[in-house]
Design a protein around this ligand. Structure first.
Ligand code: NAD
Ligand code: MG
Length: 384
């Protein structure tokens, strides 16, 4: 990895105004000897972006959608600012904290340009896992996950060969509806869904954690990151969110990575991997205070979005992209009060039935499947 003149590594923080983006800026500020902010991008929050730019003095600032505001002349605008930020020569690491498939082009471009992508934007791998692998192979880039479960798995794997691994066990908090009956879940309100028991996150992933669609996205993400078949990736509910995931090795030994539910460590580790550095901002773990730790089977029948996502992953082709696009659109409508909670899963199911077998040979085919699924979900919601 290249180092800038100061010896620090330049980081482009894409989605800097969001939950992961603001965490990343705190981590980088604490580690200012090692990392510097080289570029920032946000969707529309120009006020916070301006504050961040003033505090970190990056060489590039991008605002995707100025929304009527007049940004400073030195800023860049439009969706192309993500790829521009991600491929700059003063950028060593691209921390992709954009939400949704909108982050795809920047991930692929950064990998082609040989960068490390510290990837929070799991949708990238769900939509185009094979394309990301090909971009790594061509450009020499690498993906290091930010998602806490995948960071845990990476830390448990260490330098071991994949042939030593029997299975991955991904933990799920179970979300706000873990103990609710199926009928009650179907009638859940937006306020219910946004009330996550253990994690404070952006609105889209918070809803995904209530439907458990997030866990399906994470299983697909793990499949592409670690190269294991789906039958060797399991999900278990762990309400305390302290064991971030586990790896079982062929001899039966199980390693787990643990810690307080906080994204400070996964973000830090994605920047420093495989090194570990001292960081006082990572909350310390007290085993007694966090007792007891419990595990439960996942209720697949009551969380159809999870079942549909797992099936889409196993079916492959365009199905994961359709699953993701239908989910993104349905969650968007749910957040706008235009869709019931239970309709998120029924929309996904209908979209997969229509478009799940579409062609998936290249990026344009995947984007066509993505667009068809989004349009279908919106039209279907408008009819009901
Ligand atoms: P968020 O909504 O808080 O932030 C999203 C960021 O992306 C914002 O800066 C926003 O301006 C930007 N953005 C949104 N739409 C965009 C678009 N179309 N083009 C460009 N930029 C856009 O979301 P978050 O919770 O920080 O999550 C970001 C990503 O990280 C998601 O993929 C999520 O699944 C993943 N993730 C989040 C957490 C968490 O704790 N928040 C944990 C694991 C993974
Ligand atoms: Mg996660």
């Amino acid at each position: 990895m290249t180092r800038g003149q100061t010896g620090s590594r330049g980081v482009a923080v894409l989605g800097s105004t969001g939950s992961i983006g603001t965490t990343a800026l705190r981590v980088i500020a604490r580690q200012s000897g090692r990392f510097r902010v080289a570029a920032l991008t946000a969707f529309a929050n120009s006020t916070l972006l301006a504050e961040q730019a003033a505090a970190t003095n990056p060489g590039y600032v991008g605002l995707v959608s100025p929304n009527g505001a007049v940004p400073p002349a030195s800023w860049h605008t439009g969706a192309s600012s993500l790829v521009e930020a991600a491929t700059r020569s003063d950028v060593d690491i691209v921390l992709n904290a954009v939400v949704g498939a909108a982050g795809l082009d920047a991930t692929l471009a950064a990998l082609e340009a040989g960068k490390r992508v510290a990837l929070a934007n799991k949708e990238t791998l769900v939509v185009a896992g094979e394309l990301a692998a090909a971009a790594c192979a061509r450009g020499g880039g690498e993906i290091v996950p930010v998602d806490s479960e995948h960071s845990a798995i990476l830390q448990c794997l260490g330098r071991r060969d994949r042939s030593d691994v029997a299975r991955l066990i991904i933990t799920a908090s179970g979300g706000p509806f873990r103990t609710w009956t199926s009928d009650a879940i179907g009638a859940a309100t937006l306020a219910d869904a946004l009330c996550h028991p253990t994690w404070s996150m952006g609105r889209k992933i918070t809803v995904d954690s209530a439907t458990l669609a997030n866990k399906a996205l994470e299983v697909i993400e793990a499949h592409f990151l670690f190269g294991l078949p789906y039958e060797r990736i399991e999900v278990v509910v762990h309400p305390q969110s302290v064991v971030h995931s586990m790896v079982e090795f062929v001899d039966g030994s199980v390693l787990a990575q643990m810690g307080v539910p906080s994204m400070e460590l996964p973000v830090l580790y994605a920047l420093t991997h495989p090194e570990r550095v001292r960081d006082d901002g990572v909350p310390r773990f007290d085993p007694v205070a966090h007792s007891p730790l419990t595990f439960e089977p996942v209720r697949l029948a009551d969380f159809p979005a999870l079942r549909l996502g797992l099936e889409a992953g196993r079916n492959g082709g365009a199905a994961p992209a359709v699953f993701n696009a239908a989910n993104e659109r349905a969650v968007g409508l749910f957040l706008e009060g235009k869709m019931q909670f239970a309709d998120i899963a029924t929309s996904i199911e209908a979209a997969l039935a229509q478009f799940g077998s579409m062609k998936a040979g290249d990026k344009s085919a995947l984007l066509a499947a993505d667009a068809a699924a989004r349009a279908f979900v919106a039209t279907r919601a408008g009819r009901s």
